[in-house]
Ligand binder design. Sequence first.
Ligand SMILES: O=C(O)CC1=CCC(=O)O1
Length: 262
Amino acid sequence: MHMADLGDVRLHYRIDGPDDGAPVVFVNSLGTDLRLWDPILPLLPDGLRILRFDKRGHGLSTCPAAPYAMGALVSDCEALMDMHGFKDVMFVGLSIGGMIAQGLAVKRLDLMRAMVLSNTGAKIGTKAMWAERIEDVQTGGIEKLADAVMDRWFSRDFHQGAELELWRNMLTRQEDAGYAGCSAAISGTDFYATTATLRLPTLGIAGAEDGSTPPDLVRETVNLIPGSKFHLIRKAGHLPCVEQPEEYARVLTDFMRATGHI
Ligand SMILES: O=C(O)CC1=CCC(=O)O1
């Protein structure tokens, strides 16, 4: 079990792969923990050095009182990377993880060689939408939101399968305060101006049936960065690494090769 004490929070994290492997950092979405990446890791090339972690208030990490600022989430990731010598990485951020990617690239471009903005945006939703969601979590717990979240996370086909229930369990077993805290961080974030200043190889990945960050939002976000690429995964919602792991891993691998990371 790996734990980093960052003062106001203790983060649970994992590092896999050899010390001299090409470094890759994965940051997952609201309401998920680091197991989100389990379906794709065995499909990636051997020899990568992979860091992933549970955001504050998620997974096995501790849960400071809500709300959280996006700056705190960016600093958590920065501290973990500095602590373990992760620099010049391929950074893969999904949803709020993609917001953390954008914030970190602006703050510490030295940490990143390239970034993948998966199912995310420079801004996600509206303040009113997040206020309602936070209120729902605070009054009824995550369970109150869970069915609606499943509709955004997964395509119609995936809703027919038995695995859906397990991912729903991942969501409902997160801390209510952690979910509300990260929702507040998303609500307060608008990265349009700063992301437009970024110059690094960037790939956008979208799911055709994503009810949370639809393909147009992902495309619009990566188009802020000159030279960026975009890939649409057809039979997937908000979590294509779960629904289409082979395609997701192939697209990541191709991008790592195209950018000279491997
Ligand atoms: O809408 C959802 O529940 C999915 C989501 C939005 C931001 C994030 O990280 O996940």
